[in-house]
Design a binder for this molecule. Structure first.
Ligand SMILES: NC(=O)c1ccc[n+]([C@@H]2O[C@H](COP(=O)([O-])OP(=O)(O)OC[C@H]3O[C@@H](n4cnc5c(N)ncnc54)[C@H](O)[C@@H]3O)[C@@H](O)[C@H]2O)c1
Length: 260
């Protein structure tokens, strides 16, 4: 069955780039009026123009900015039915001896606190209005260990937060789910590849499907969870990882078998 978001307002934080931009495109194509909420207002305006939506300035690390964005959305579109929390920053793969607490705090503030704050403010309005669907973008990095000592715990926190809020608001008709992407070819990942902090071959080679993920592949899972077709699904974390989680343990046995 085709997804149908007609008559619904969908707020996408971090909607100006990468996974958030793909979510805005997929939700708009399925009939939603999309609010592209991002720290980069010019880029958000460009995505909004392309998707027939509106752009709102939002810094999820700033409480006043979140409150202003919530007020702006309500004034222009009413209470949204869908919230996708994709605003986030990646982290450099540094050992604790080199990772400053300033960088640790910055990543955790945006990725965990920022996600919580948007859930709390938009979700409370959804609960008052009688329902809605929230999808948080977590990460496979939050489901196991890696050299990301702020990002990993922050994303693990997003997964737990998703469960907590799903239980909190289930009786109010608000569903809360998470999608955990594997390595997804977005501008943020591309920056890591061009600066040689990340290697495309390693990331692709350590997945069952042997490739990176395209942002649209994440967006389709997000749209499903936000749609009425997922009306009985809440509190889950859906990995969309090209088989990264199942492939990683094979490293202890010499790695995946080579094709051919
Ligand atoms: N790319 C990947 O491989 C990957 C994997 C797992 C999870 N994720 C998660 O997906 C989400 C999107 O990442 P992406 O790869 O598309 O990155 P991206 O840099 O392409 O897009 C992120 C967007 O978030 C916005 N943003 C950043 N900080 C913000 C803030 N404080 N307030 C509002 N907007 C802010 C940026 O301006 C940008 O438009 C992030 O939460 C990231 O952690 C990405």
């Amino acid at each position: 069955m085709k997804l149908d978001f007609s008559g619904q307002v969908a707020v996408v934080t971090g909607g100006a780039s990468g996974i958030g931009e793909a979510c805005a495109q997929v939700l708009a194509a399925a009939g939603a009026r999309v609010v592209v909420a991002d720290r980069n207002l010019a880029a958000a305006q460009a995505v909004a123009a392309a998707t027939g939506g509106i752009a709102v300035a939002l810094d999820v690390g700033d409480d006043a900015s979140v409150d202003a964005a919530v007020a702006a959305v309500e004034a222009q579109c009413g209470v949204p039915q869908v919230l996708v929390n994709s605003a986030g920053v990646l982290q450099r793969t540094l050992p604790p001896e080199e990772l400053t607490l300033r960088e640790w705090d910055f990543v955790a503030r945006i990725d965990l606190r920022g996600t919580y704050l948007c859930c709390a403010r938009f979700g409370a309005a959804m609960a008052r209005a009688g329902g809605g669907a929230i999808v948080n973008i977590a990460s496979v990095a939050g489901m196991g260990s890696g050299p990301l000592h702020s990002y990993g715990p922050a994303k693990a926190g997003v997964i737990n937060l998703t469960e907590c809020l799903a239980a909190e608001w289930g009786s109010k008709g608000v569903r809360v789910n998470a999608v955990s992407p594997g390595f997804t070819h977005t501008p943020a990942l591309e920056k890591g590849i061009t600066t040689r902090t990340l290697a495309a071959d390693d990331m692709a080679g350590n997945s069952a499907l042997g490739r990176l993920i395209q942002p649209r592949e994440i967006a389709h899972a997000v749209a499903f969870l936000a749609s009425t077709q997922a009306s009985a699904i809440t509190g889950i974390n859906l990995p969309v990882d090209a088989g990264c989680l199942v492939a990683t343990p094979w490293a202890s046995y010499g790695g995946l078998r080579q094709a051919g």
